[in-house]
Ligand binder design. Structure first.
Ligand code: AMP
Length: 303
């Protein structure tokens, strides 16, 4: 099964209570594609970088079999940059700076050969571009979409239009409250599902994730890690693991959606163990299987 990933490729400056890291490879498409590459081997990435991104960074994707035919390198351009700072509890972060750079003129043209992709994962970029992507692909089996407060606050109308075309929407708890203008998460879920996506996932950081479908709600725990180094990219990594797993099994039903949430959580739990995407580059399939099993054990009881 082929997966089309569209999103940002970035250099991030990150600060957590445990240290800092500058010019770290990041961006929504980066984390999504890397996480999904552990599940499927046909991933097409569409995005934009500046010349400063460098061949070395592009090769990191190629080494994981991620096709970069849709990644445009803008001559003399500067790659998108984001700087964020996490606080003591790591659940809250401040955006220090967003420099759109080449992302400001990104026009999200999907090369002809990717327009038949069966799975589409829209990383966090301008909702206008997310909608434009969907207008170019023909009948995907599943469209998964992520966003963040930057767009919920900046382009609320445009985001609503995109949401009408999305099957699975992934959002964190504070973003859900912001979007639905409602403090109660269960009410938020109802209101957001009324905006379009039949399936909604609300991530609650170290408190796990909730999956809302027509069948009700499923609650997945977060992996109890003693040491969280840097939460950046956890949400995108979740989306990549989630979509990658569904593309691998090729079937979408209540049970595969639930398993996909656990695989997404598994991948996110690795991501936060090191700065940026570092951990995803040294991850083995066996570690994923083991941690997935631990996830199952976390809330298993015998009656
Ligand atoms: P996450 O921690 O999963 O929300 O994702 C963090 C990643 O999102 C970072 O690597 C950033 O480069 C990227 N990012 C932050 N702000 C934006 C934005 N406005 N548009 C696109 N990507 C962004």
């Amino acid at each position: 099964m082929s997966l089309l990933v569209v999103g940002s490729l970035a250099f991030d400056d990150l600060e957590t209570p445990f240290g800092s890291s500058k010019n770290t490879l990041g961006g929504s498409a980066t984390y999504i594609a890397l996480a999904a590459s552990f599940f499927i081997d046909e991933i097409h990435m569409v995005g934009v970088v500046g010349e400063d991104f460098g061949e070395d960074n592009l090769n990191l994707f190629r080494e994981r079999n991620i096709d970069l035919g849709g990644v445009k390198v803008v001559p003399n351009g500067k790659t998108f940059r984001w700087a964020g700072r996490y606080h003591y509890d790591m659940n809250t972060r401040d955006t220090i700076e967003t420099q759109l750079n080449v992302l400001a003129d990104f026009d999200a043209v999907i090369p002809h050969q990717y327009q038949q992709a069966k799975y589409v994962c829209l990383g966090n970029i301008d909702p206008v571009l997310q909608k434009k992507v969907l207008s170019q692909v023909s009948r995907p089996k599943l469209v998964v979409c992520d966003t963040m407060n930057f767009w919920i606050e900046g382009k609320p109308k445009e985001l609503q239009e995109t949401l009408q075309l999305v099957d699975v929407f992934i959002i964190n708890d504070s973003e859900a409250r912001l979007l639905a203008k409602e403090p109660n998460l269960i009410k938020c879920a109802r209101l957001i599902r009324e905006m379009g996506p039949k399936t909604l996932i609300i991530k609650k950081g170290e408190h796990g994730a909730l999956l809302f479908t027509d069948n009700g709600v499923f609650s997945a725990p977060a992996y109890p890690l003693e040491f969280i180094y840097d939460p950046t990219g956890a949400g995108d990594t979740f989306a990549g693991g989630f979509t990658g797993y569904l593309a691998k099994v090729g079937e979408i039903n209540e049970m595969t959606l639930r398993k996909a949430v656990l695989y997404g959580s598994t991948m996110a739990s690795f991501c936060v163990e090191r700065f940026g995407a570092e951990r995803l580059f040294e991850l083995s399939p066996l570690e994923i299987t083991d941690r997935y099993q631990s996830f199952l054990e976390l809330s298993r009881i015998e009656e």
